[in-house]
Design a binder for this molecule. Structure first.
Ligand code: NAP
Length: 307
């Protein structure tokens, strides 16, 4: 296939950066909507537009793109930005893409997104999927479980704690299995859909299914630690992490993330689509990438923006 002109939201962020790299490697042309500057390893050829939810600005930025890869979402509500706003902004982005002549939108959702979910993260993601289907351009949806890769915030911050403390809190009770997927597998699934015309919904989930405590042990082993696991009732664990987040000025783990984990929403109900074992990847690369610095999502996104 000849190279396509692809707009990627967040090409200097987590999933977007891996996707941009894969697109460029396959001969596509990439531009991005982002509020970040390129980091080490980001390709300087990627043309940058501000990720600003103004319809005219979005249309102008998207004009000329054939495909939009949308990764936009918020991890948690903060400073007046809610999941409701994120749904509205996503619909605005899709409408602007249609108006700009974008033919196809490849969208990143989440495993087990559902309109019926009591969790606003998961029901919001399902509403965005609905908006995408109604938007007009051809579409495809990739629904990842827990995505693991060098720019991953959650795994890196768990490793930060593991490097500094001899014990770590884990939730007590049934559930809490996850099926992590390597970021390169997610990027591959997305780029395959950039190059296709099929409208489909596919989970991005790797071959390993393991308990959260087992995941912590693998991560700890990868960085040469063997922590004591403090099994806590989940609400006590959330409260403890809330307190730990005060001096860090961050939300370490959101209630939505913990309840999603408890309900095993990060486990796919379909056969694995990821080829690489995250467990093997962590044991080989975890020490290089994870836990050296604390990655503060709140300060970098919200407080910096309002400063
Ligand atoms: N990471 C995971 O484990 C995981 C698992 C399942 C599903 N997903 C889904 O995958 C998608 C991408 O995730 P990711 O980890 O790659 O996310 P990310 O790097 O944090 O952000 C993706 C995009 O959203 C923008 N964004 C994030 N928070 C924002 C905020 N508060 N205000 C304005 N813009 C914001 C980013 O802007 P900048 O470009 O300016 O950074 C970027 O363009 C999301 O839809 C997420 O729900 C992720």
């Amino acid at each position: 296939m000849t190279g396509r002109r692809v707009m990627v939201t967040g090409a200097f962020s987590n999933i977007g950066s891996a996707t941009a790299r894969e697109l460029l490697a396959r001969g596509h042309d990439v531009s991005t909507l982002t509020n970040r500057v390129p980091a080490d390893g980001d390709d300087p050829r990627i043309e940058r537009h501000a990720l600003r939810f103004d319809r005219d600005h979005l249309i102008a930025s998207l004009r000329g793109a054939q495909v939009l890869v949308n990764t936009y979402w918020i991890r948690f509500p903060h400073g007046g930005a809610t999941f409701e706003h994120a749904v509205e902004r996503s619909a605005l982005l899709f409408d602007a893409a249609r108006e700009a002549g974008v033919e196809r939108i490849v969208h990143v959702s989440v495993s087990n997104a559902s309109l019926d979910s009591p969790l606003a993260y998961y029901s919001g993601k399902a509403r965005v999927e609905e908006a995408l289907r109604a938007a007009g351009p051809s579409w495809s949806i990739v629904r990842p479980t827990l995505v693991v890769g060098p720019r991953d915030v959650l795994t890196s911050n768990i490793a930060w704690f593991l490097r500094r403390f001899p014990a770590i809190a884990v939730p007590r009770g049934a559930g809490y299995r996850l099926q992590p997927v390597l970021i390169d597998d997610v990027a591959r699934l997305l780029v395959e859909r950039v190059e296709s015309v099929i409208e489909d919904v596919v989970d991005a989930a790797g071959p390993d299914v393991l308990g959260f405590d087992e995941y912590i042990r693998v991560l700890a082993r990868s960085i040469g630690r063997s922590p004591k696991l403090l099994r806590m009732p989940p609400r006590v664990m959330l409260a403890a992490l809330g307190l730990a987040g005060v001096p860090l000025r961050d939300t370490i783990l959101t209630p939505e993330e913990l309840w999603g984990l408890r309900d095993e929403l990060l486990v796919s109900r379909a056969p694995a689509t990821g080829e690489s074992s995250v467990v093997e990847w962590l044991l080989e690369h975890g020490d290089r990438w994870f836990g050296h610095d604390y990655v503060n999502d709140t300060v970098s996104r919200f407080d910096a923006a309002s400063a």
